[in-house]
Design a protein around this ligand. Sequence first.
Ligand SMILES: Cc1ncc(COP(=O)(O)O)c(C=O)c1O
Length: 448
Amino acid sequence: MTSMLYPTTNPSAAEQMVVARGEGPYIYDRSGKRYLEGMAGLWCTSLGYGNEEIIEVATQQMRELSFSHMFGGKTHDSAMMLADKLAGMVPMKNARVFLGNSGSDANDTLIKMIRYHASATGQPQRTKIIARDKGYHGVTVASASLTGIPTNHNHFQLPFDALGVIRTGSPHFYRSANPGESEAEFVARRASELDEQIVAAGPETVAAMIAEPVSGAGGVLIPPTGYYEAIQAVLDKYGIALWDDEVICGFGRLGTDFGANAMGMRPEMMVFAKALSSAYVPVSAAVVSSDFVEAVESAASDMGVFGHGYTYSGHPLGCAVAHKVLEIYERDNVFERAAQVGEYLQERLSAFGDHALVGEVSGKGMIGALELVSNKTTAKPFEGMAVGQYCAKAAEAAGLIVRPLGGNRVALCPPLILQREHVDELIDKLTIAVNATLDFAKQEQLLT
Ligand SMILES: Cc1ncc(COP(=O)(O)O)c(C=O)c1O
């Protein structure tokens, strides 16, 4: 044990692995053992490890200007270049960009922008936010309140009511559909539930609905066909903004540039982190439409300052690195290549559908998950047993990093630079791990 206190870890647990270095899509532990990083760290190292071009840009930026803040109108070239580049890429017209350091703080920024906007437009009551069960939006007190995962709520007495959080159902058909319900019926039910919740809350009090195009930490949940179309129609009916959390899905993850385009979403606000810098350094962005900002600008002289900003908002290092990463994505056709390899990944992954232990295979582009069940026919979960943890450990032993998620799901989200032969390696190692987990489940008599 060291003096570290670890994030999202049981405080009584000991260190599990000391990661020493990374190269391409691989990491190495202190003993020199190599692992294929099937999770791109925490859904983030899209360009893999040790990219010399990025390291060079970072070094140069630190030599030239290691810090400059953005308060009170001060700025610098790297921040302006990043904001303009990102605004030019997102599927929103004349977007405006607020920079931060993490997905959580970018979501907090939008909560405050929504409230500032509500005051500026003379509708101070319009601050409620719809957030989904199993959604993940961060862990600050505010963003954790938007997150819909019990582990991130337990013991924290989060201010759901004060923030006006309206919790709506997840789009996970496999676990949330009623018996005998078709996908189309499920989608229609989710849309009508949403409509009822908005009416019950008072439509004039609801500002936005936050959604990940595909929920990542909630289990890699792919909404059924037509889901966003149906949800969007309800939101449009009441003038409620769709707030697109692209922290995992942004930048090529789902086989297109942005998750919104892959899933048919029409966002009015977006949030980015992780792959924005390929996780070389912390940087995030909250993006809103110019209409939204203009509504605020006209009232701002009476309202006073937008009193929100981080010391490291627009940190030169983060901006220079993120700008370079976006350039590499475009120059090297990273999204198109990832889409091709992603098709192969999904094809190989789908074969797990025949495995005795696998209840659901979900995936799109370069993200996927398996749900391990105690009974394939009835989809009965393993109760109280962390079989997903066992599988992740078995994968680790085989030299592959995957992530166990609640409900005994095992997630994959490899770097976008993966080649077909890496996919073969990933699938071979995952097969070893899932087979070992089945043996374990049989031995412990966990199958029902
Ligand atoms: C969709 C989504 N939003 C927000 C966050 C929070 O980002 P961070 O951990 O950088 O605060 C995450 C982190 O995993 C995420 O997956």
